[in-house]
Design a binder for this molecule. Structure first.
Ligand SMILES: [Zn+2]
Length: 420
């Protein structure tokens, strides 16, 4: 009989880790880092010791105590079996830290499957010096819609819509039926048909593990689409006589591409911090301009109406020598600081107040709103529903015919066979 257990994403947004086991074989879906700025033992300048970072995480309960996952050379005597048992494989849904961030500690002999775009994304980030904690993971690009056999399992990857390129969902065929995992998913992005096609492909699954990020956000208006974000970006350019400041999330490369094209049409040059520029060039974008190498503060001061400048929090002091004020604008398009939960959010607001720069949030979320989560469950009609990756998973109520199990973290194994 197959069973499933949950080693992350329980009661929290992010850090998903789902283990499916059968006959001693194991499939691990996602291996993310718990991303919670300003919380935990390691904060306010207290950092993991770089050579002992995995040990520090194991000792403080920040990573699952699962045998035969981690690199032997990073254990430093921690009492847990290290190295592969040749029966474990990892499958990563997408290149966000809370889903891929721990793969740098995985034994390199364990295959870590992901989409070709996720592979390329991690490669381009590495070229810009952004490598996951530990080591560069040995990722294996995997075709979509084609089953891959691992021991008794057959695993299929489906592209879905999320705010990062190459996002995928998975279906794992076990002897007790299919386990479907959405990864992070939405229906209001550029490719809602991908999410719909996945739902269709796994209709009638034995179990559905679904993300529930927005369940704790309350029921608001319909979400803004990526198309509407593009329109707001253009509107902001039209209404701003001076310099446009921006923070967007670099891994949302589809939005980066859209903004680059829109800015070009409007006669503005987008200017990026060097590390972001290196990342975008490695990804393959043409005409990327960096600050202060290609365009410096003198050029921007000469004609602020010609530029859009990405401002990451560490760049804020540069604004002191740039032409900013009521005639400019700061567009928040889901970049850093990511949200009000981040201690840097208030710092940014203080700077903008000090400089008299208007603040305009124009972004949209990467996660399905509650109505769309319900829609996905209704389309898939699973026997068992596991809401995960949410602070309030109990807000997702399944339709008749589906039982809901609220996952507990670690240890507890839920059998997939038998009566539900
Ligand atoms: Zn994500």
């Amino acid at each position: 009989m197959a069973d499933i257990s949950f080693w992350g994403g329980v009661g929290v947004i992010g850090s998903s880790k789902i283990l499916i086991e059968q006959e001693g074989w194991r499939v691990l879906l996602d291996f993310g880092l718990d991303f919670s700025p300003g919380a935990g033992l390691f904060r306010q300048g207290v950092k993991l010791r770089s050579a002992y970072a995995l040990y520090d995480r194991l000792k403080t309960g920040q990573v699952p105590l699962l045998p035969h996952i981690y690199r032997a050379d990073a254990m430093h005597g921690f009492p847990l079996a290290a190295g592969t048992d040749h029966r474990t494989a990892l499958f990563i849904t997408h290149g966000h830290i809370d889903h891929i961030g721990l793969t740098g500690w995985v034994d390199p002999a364990i295959p870590i499957y992901c989409s070709p775009q996720t592979y390329q994304l991690m490669d381009a980030l590495a070229a810009a010096g952004d490598v996951p904690e530990g080591h560069m993971p040995s990722l294996v690009p995997m075709e979509q819609n084609v089953g891959l056999t691992w021991g008794p399992f057959v695993i299929t990857r489906y592209p879905v819509d999320h705010d990062v390129v190459g996002a995928s969902a998975y279906a794992v065929e076990t002897e007790d039926g299919v386990v479907a995992f959405t990864g992070d998913i939405r229906l209001h992005g550029r490719y809602p048909e991908r999410s719909r096609n996945f739902a269709q492909a796994v209709h009638g699954a034995r179990a559905l593990v679904i993300e529930g990020t927005t369940l704790s956000f309350g029921f608001g208006e319909a979400p803004r689409t990526e198309g509407e974000v593009d329109q707001l970006f253009v509107k902001a350019i039209h209404e701003t006589p001076g310099l446009v400041l921006l923070t967007l999330y670099p891994r949302n490369l589809e939005r980066v591409q859209a903004f680059l094209e829109l800015a070009r049409k409007e006669g503005r040059t987008m200017v990026w911090p060097c590390s972001m520029a290196t990342f975008f060039r490695s990804w393959g974008f043409d005409g990327i301009v960096s600050f202060p190498d290609d365009v410096d503060s003198d050029s921007i001061n000469r004609d602020p109406s010609k530029f859009i400048l990405q401002v990451n929090p560490e760049f804020l002091p540069w604004l002191l020598e740039l032409p900013v004020g009521p005639g400019s604008v700061f567009l928040h398009a889901n970049g850093e600081p990511l949200g009000t939960f981040d201690p840097q959010w208030d710092v940014l607001q203080d700077w903008l107040k000090f400089l008299h720069v208007p603040f305009w949030p124009i972004g949209t979320g990467g996660h399905a709103v509650p109505d769309d989560l319900n829609r996905l469950v209704e389309w898939i009609e699973p026997d068992i529903l596991f809401p995960l990756h949410s602070q309030e998973p109990d807000r997702l109520i399944p339709p008749p015919g589906t039982v809901r199990w609220l996952p507990q973290r670690g240890g507890r194994r839920y059998p997939l066979g038998g009566r539900t």
